[in-house]
Ligand binder design. Sequence first.
Ligand code: G6P
Length: 365
Amino acid sequence: ASVDKGGHKHFMAKEIAEQPSVLTNALGYYIQDGNIVLPDPGLDFAQIDRLTMVACGTAFYACLVAKYWFEQIARLPVEIDVASEFRYREPPIPKGTAALFVSQSGETADTLAALRYCEGKVDKIVSVVNVPESSIARESDLPLPILAGTEIGVASTKAFTCQLTVLAILAIKAAQDRGHMNADQVAEALEQVKSVPGLMSHALALGERMKTMSRKLAEARDILFLGRGPMYALAHEGALKLKEISYIHAEAYASGELKHGPIALVDEHVPVIVMAPRDALFEKTISNMQEVMARGGKVLLITDKQGAKEAGPGVWDTILMPEVAPFVAPILYAIPAQLLAYHTAVAKGTDVDQPRNLAKSVTVE
Ligand code: G6P
């Protein structure tokens, strides 16, 4: 079936707007009557000792978020790598490893080659894919659909948040299987995941605000993104989106690593976007933010109302997000990352859906 822009100026805008509804589809597929349901043959995380996650691009940043989730709530050691490195470094694979590949298209050449490298070496090959009839899905023991629907914009948006949603549910299942969450805790975590589509609708309503902000960002030559924990992964995704479609140089750093180099870049010409939901690391992130401001840096703080209050004065600008449970904040905070990139690109007049030099699906090495 052909897909149109549904009244939006770009496919990317349409796909950003669709997220609450496609996420709801994914939630309905994996959570039934309050229970996590995987398609056959399923996966018992108590039977594995470690997980290796491999992907490219945006899908890799979904793996980076998921690493924090699996390790924190399920105490499952996770190794992640970009597929082009993984496939050639000939990693030794210990017994008891499951491999998980994340790919929107299911056809990315490096990811597929990494999957084939794992054949016969791992206990199970799992994939998180958008295209169910793709090569990666077909060659997996357990292909898990993300149900995002056709994604046309080269810069991935709804596929990313659907990947995160499926991975969050898998991490909860892992915590349950491995005895780190009881039934009440599982129910609570699932409620948090289910709260995301509604909160996303509120975050999407910030579009106009982001548009104004983006006109200022469009003048920058370099932009830094900072975050800690899973928000470090979101900082990467925000920087990637911005680079891909606005051609502004953007870099992501773990907030705590800033002082070991990139703080040298900070001056009044470099906007620094700080992604700071009120999670366990909030205060540490804010203190890194203050180091940036002390050096004349222009901070765009993304947090909630209470977070903005606690952060104090002196920031360049603030984007006020809805309050959200820290566990699922990475899914929600994808929205401002996407909207800032989108509106900055529109302000610069670039080809948002078909950025130069990029392909939607990279099926050659
Ligand atoms: C290309 C696209 C990216 C995407 C990456 C991985 O580089 O431009 O948006 O994240 O491939 O694609 P996949 O289909 O494997 O998720």
